[in-house]
Design a protein around this ligand. Structure first.
Ligand SMILES: *[C@@H]1O[C@H](CO)[C@@H](O)[C@H](O)[C@H]1NC(C)=O
Ligand SMILES: *[C@@H]1O[C@H](CO)[C@@H](O)[C@H](O)[C@H]1NC(C)=O
Ligand SMILES: *[C@@H]1O[C@H](CO)[C@@H](O)[C@H](O)[C@H]1NC(C)=O
Ligand SMILES: *[C@@H]1O[C@H](CO)[C@@H](O)[C@H](O)[C@H]1NC(C)=O
Ligand SMILES: *[C@@H]1O[C@H](CO)[C@@H](O)[C@H](O)[C@H]1NC(C)=O
Ligand SMILES: *[C@@H]1O[C@H](CO)[C@@H](O)[C@H](O)[C@H]1NC(C)=O
Ligand SMILES: *[C@@H]1O[C@H](CO)[C@@H](O)[C@H](O)[C@H]1NC(C)=O
Ligand SMILES: *[C@@H]1O[C@H](CO)[C@@H](O)[C@H](O)[C@H]1NC(C)=O
Ligand SMILES: *[C@@H]1O[C@H](CO)[C@@H](O)[C@H](O)[C@H]1NC(C)=O
Ligand SMILES: *[C@@H]1O[C@H](CO)[C@@H](O)[C@H](O)[C@H]1NC(C)=O
Ligand SMILES: [Cu+2]
Length: 394
């Protein structure tokens, strides 16, 4: 569908895959596949960030909030997190009657995040500001949980590699009160046609409604818009109450979000255009020597499937926050491996895949956050230890 991108852009030369891996590290295959290598480079990066924070006017490293992997949270902390999300999903929306005419699906405070993301979708994906926009979006959500729902923790992230073999057996989806809820009911599908991409993808192990755990009573109010196997609503922001569905998909996780896939992404690309392009399977940056890929970004969305697979509506799925925290972590690690060169590196325009063509963005641009925040300067969103932020990933 987006093939015309290829004719619009002059392709840069192919980077040599694993170039940095070969230069700076020497991990045996086993350590790449079991996550040890990723842990090591995350630690190297954090060391650099700590030094960098001493040299800049960022926040004090010692004062920073620490975001942790889901499994590192106590059971009580996991439940505090999902309780706070359920709370936000039950707080009334604050938008005006006039805005309600356009944003018809917005019923709750939580929906303001969903509707803002839907409304801005074409300007925040496969754009220069994809990573920075989502970094602030997550931060604003974390603050809403804290200040409006008394949450005392931080946003957890989802280290995909821990579940890539068998995501349907993950503790995330075991359905107990300390989980993120069950998989969807098994619809016995083998493949699903994705109309906007004109392709069929392998089906997952669910496909129906989530039936147990903290979100079993939660109603999604908007979409579907661009989801595999679903008829889109007529108007993107219309009110369409439905269950939270999931289709947890081992075929896709095994090929897209293994420790190897994430480690390779971080170590192979030295420039932001390739790093963010490969991460999002941007067709302008497809290494012809690498296997077909959804990228780790699309891969994580499709691993949970259904609502999370619907790019526009995906924040309606509470797994969105864990998946995107990991996206933000992967960017943070990559930036921290060479802060002098990568801290302020951006590339691209303000339209999805530059379609329709738009101007290159600069760090002086101001980013729109809809209902979530006043517009913010792009340059202020590049460092988790600076600008409005003060956090890192452990
Ligand atoms: C770089 O590392 C990869 C993966 O181990 C290996 O296949 C390749 O031959 C190495 N390339 C160079 C130039 O050393
Ligand atoms: C992590 O990095 C710090 C330096 O920032 C170093 O002192 C420590 O030994 C490293 N830990 C591991 C497990 O490599
Ligand atoms: C609701 O709107 C008021 C006025 O616009 C604003 O001060 C307040 O922070 C908003 N509350 C939430 C929860 O967004
Ligand atoms: C948060 O805590 C305050 C103070 O204890 C309380 O008044 C408020 O109702 C709590 N908010 C929620 C959403 O539980
Ligand atoms: C899926 O197939 C199983 C066994 O073949 C059957 O028990 C179940 O009812 C089917 N589920 C649906 C949603 O069709
Ligand atoms: C969809 O893909 C098929 C082959 O994979 C091709 O024949 C067909 O023309 C495509 N349809 C559209 C609308 O692009
Ligand atoms: C969902 O609602 C039912 C009926 O009100 C209630 O019994 C159940 O405890 C609720 N489940 C959750 C996870 O809140
Ligand atoms: C992702 O990693 C798996 C092994 O962990 C490998 O089979 C697959 O080819 C990788 N995919 C990409 C796009 O590199
Ligand atoms: C936009 O950025 C690209 C890549 O850096 C560059 O080649 C191009 O000249 C820029 N376009 C404009 C109008 O500055
Ligand atoms: C919706 O999108 C328009 C056009 O991009 C933008 O001007 C407006 O601020 C957005 N509103 C919200 C609530 O996202
Ligand atoms: Cu998004």
């Amino acid at each position: 569908m987006h093939l015309k991108w290829l004719t619009l852009v002059c392709l840069p030369s192919w980077p040599s895959v694993w170039a940095l891996y070969n230069q700076s590290t020497d991990f045996p295959d086993q350590d790449i596949d079991n996550g040890f290598a990723l842990q090591q480079i995350a630690n190297d990066s954090l060391g650099n960030m700590k030094l960098e924070s001493l040299a800049t006017n960022g926040c004090r490293f010692e004062d920073a909030q620490i975001r942790k992997e889901w499994r590192s949270l106590s059971l009580a902390a996991r439940k505090e997190f999902t309780d706070a999300i359920v709370c936000l999903q039950s707080l009334p929306t604050n938008i005006s009657a006039e805005e309600k005419e356009t944003f018809q699906g917005v019923q709750t405070r939580y929906d303001e995040f969903v509707a803002t993301h839907i409304n801005l979708t074409e300007h925040i994906h496969v754009t220069a500001d994809f990573l920075a926009w989502h970094r602030f979006f997550l931060y604003a959500f974390e603050n809403a949980l804290r200040f409006e729902c008394n949450y005392t923790g931080t946003l957890p992230y989802w280290e995909w590699g821990l579940d890539a073999e068998n995501p349907q057996s993950s503790v995330l989806f075991n359905g107990d009160p300390y989980s993120m809820g069950t998989n969807g009911v098994d619809m016995n599908r083998t493949s699903i046609y994705w109309e906007s991409q004109n392709m069929s993808i392998p089906a997952g192990t669910g496909g129906g409604c989530v039936y147990g755990g903290p979100f079993s009573n939660y109603t999604v109010h908007m979409g579907p818009i661009d989801a595999p196997g679903e008829q889109p609503v007529q108007y993107n922001l219309e009110y369409n109450p439905r269950c939270l569905s999931r289709d947890v998909n081992p075929t896709i996780s095994q090929m897209s979000v293994s420790f190897r896939n994430t480690t390779k992404l971080i170590l192979s690309y030295d420039t932001i255009d390739w790093f963010q392009g490969v991460m999002q399977a941007d067709q302008r940056f497809t290494d012809p020597t690498a296997p077909f890929s959804y990228g780790v970004h699309g891969g994580g969305h499709l691993t949970v499937g259904s609502v999370l697979a619907d790019i526009d509506t995906s924040p309606a799925e509470p797994m969105f926050w864990l998946h995107h925290a990991q996206i933000d972590r992967v960017w943070t690690i990559w930036q921290g491996l060479d802060p002098a060169k990568r801290r302020n590196a951006i590339w691209g325009t303000s339209t999805r895949g530059d379609n329709p063509p738009s101007a290159n963005m600069t760090l002086d641009d101001v980013l729109d956050f809809g209902f979530i925040s006043q517009p913010l300067k792009f340059a202020d969103l590049m460092n988790p230890l600076s600008g409005p932020f003060c956090y890192y990933y452990a």
